[in-house]
Ligand binder design. Structure first.
Ligand SMILES: C[S@@+](CC[C@H](N)C(=O)[O-])C[C@H]1O[C@@H](n2cnc3c(N)ncnc32)[C@H](O)[C@@H]1O
Length: 420
């Protein structure tokens, strides 16, 4: 296997897994198993860059392919095309792709000549790349977002998604001090934003668990809840535990519940690394019965995750309108269950990392119709801009917000008080 670029081979496998098998990148962790950490990181980076630019790669390749090549070869061609058109050194990129075609066994080795010829042609016309239309969201999602937020907002969201996402951290304490030590930007809401390219596990503070990776918008839900020290808080749908860590760091007595045993293991690992404590429960939230209701419940319900496309460009290839529809009913059922677990006078925070009103604004509206005993409490948090507040008093966060700072994930967050 000497001479084979393992990172590129893994990247091509990941791309094929997303576009052909409709598996997310995180569902394909096995593809990266056995790779050294730098190769793993490079494979992920290459796959993500290719998925972000796929329509442009296809437009570059189209004139040079008479018929569609086999799936794994197509992924390799798309990967090499994106590399060539974004500054990759032509000789190295083309010969790596040809070597991988040879190494692919009987299915692909006969195509080495074609791969070489096509990529040389692409390499000779990379100036076309910048003139191709910018990649847009898939039609099913674009249409829905247009009707919710309007054309200009969607164009801004698409630009944010193409730009990708910076890495944000939540700190246990001393955000200013950590910002200085890490050379990070302290964001208006208290999260830290790293400079691009940092190797997370090598940074000061990682090993001792002084901070964890968490998008600034995702971090706002626990801040909106803001439990008093010692408050009994249930983090419903908790894994991998970003919000559990925040709530525990605020001094709450946290119970973290998730249905997935594997993901719950990640919550325990994260708690252990950060030296924080929470009770962990692996159960279906719809069935679990605690001994007593809670002072507060945070429900981060499973959703389309359309607010996270800038960091997960694989999602539009894996999800579609029909696939996400059942989630709306699940969110309603989880909301009812979460509310039943809040003590009278207590607080419910509902959030989703979605840009679809069906998973945010509309859920809140129907919940309030069903439950007149609930009142919305407008989030009051340093750094929140008035334009992020919805008419109903919730927070609508979008990837095109904070344009000068590098954006944020899309989120919907509502804080409700149970008055009876
Ligand atoms: C959006 S993620 C949660 C992210 C998490 N709150 C965090 O901040 O790291 C949604 C979670 O809901 C969990 N889930 C889905 N259906 C569930 C159910 N019926 N009961 C409990 N957890 C569920 C999934 O396993 C997934 O981990």
């Amino acid at each position: 296997m000497a001479g084979i670029d393992l990172a590129r081979r893994a990247a091509a496998a990941l791309i094929a897994g997303v576009t052909e098998a409709h598996e997310t990148l995180s569902e394909q962790a096995g593809v990266l198993a056995g790779l050294a950490p730098p190769d793993r990181a490079r494979a992920q980076r290459l796959a993500i860059a290719t998925l972000r630019a796929l329509p442009r790669a296809d437009a570059m390749l189209k004139p040079h392919l008479r018929k569609a090549p086999p799936a794994d070869l197509r992924a390799l061609l798309r990967l090499a095309t994106v590399e060539l058109c974004t500054g990759g050194e032509a000789h190295g990129v083309v010969s790596a792709a040809v070597e991988l075609t040879h190494a692919g066994g009987r299915r692909t080795e006969g195509y080495a000549g074609l791969v070489n010829a096509v990529l040389r042609k692409v390499a000779a016309e990379t100036d076309r790349w910048a003139r191709l239309p910018e990649p847009a969201l898939p039609g099913w999602l674009r249409g829905r977002l247009m009707s919710a937020w309007g054309k200009v907002a969607v164009q801004h969201m698409e630009a944010a998604q193409r730009a990708g996402a910076p890495v944000d951290l939540s700190v246990k304490a001393d955000a200013e001090g950590w910002a200085e030590r890490l050379g990070a930007t302290l964001l208006p809401t208290g999260s830290l934003r790293l400079v691009p390219g940092a190797q997370i596990s090598e940074l000061p503070g990682f090993a001792e668990g002084a901070w964890w990776v968490q998008d600034a918008a995702a971090a706002m839900a626990a801040k909106v809840l803001a439990p008093a020290p010692g408050a009994r808080v249930l983090d419903l749908c908790a894994a991998p535990g970003g919000k559990t860590l925040q709530l525990a760091a605020m001094g709450a007595e946290v119970t973290a519940l998730d249905i997935s045993p594997a993901r719950m293991e990640r919550v325990r690992e994260n708690l252990a690394r950060c030296g924080l404590k929470a009770e962990t429960v692996t159960a279906d939230a719809l069935e679990w019965q605690p001994a007593a209701p809670f002072d507060a419940v945070l429900l981060d319900a499973p959703c389309s995750a359309t607010g996270t496309i800038r960091r997960h460009p694989d999602l539009p290839f894996v999800k579609d309108a029909a696939g996400i529809k059942p989630l709306f009913a699940l969110q309603t059922a989880l909301l009812e269950r979460a509310l039943a677990l809040v003590a009278p006078g207590g607080v419910l925070v509902f959030c989703t990392c979605s840009l679809l009103p069906e998973e945010g604004e509309a859920q809140l509206a129907t919940l309030l119709e069903r439950h007149p005993e609930l009142s919305v409490e407008a989030p009051d948090l340093p750094g929140i801009e008035p334009s992020w507040r919805t008419e109903a008093g919730a927070l609508r966060l979008r990837p095109d917000f904070w344009p000068g700072l590098g954006g944020m994930d899309g989120f919907f967050i509502a804080r409700l008080r149970r008055t009876a």
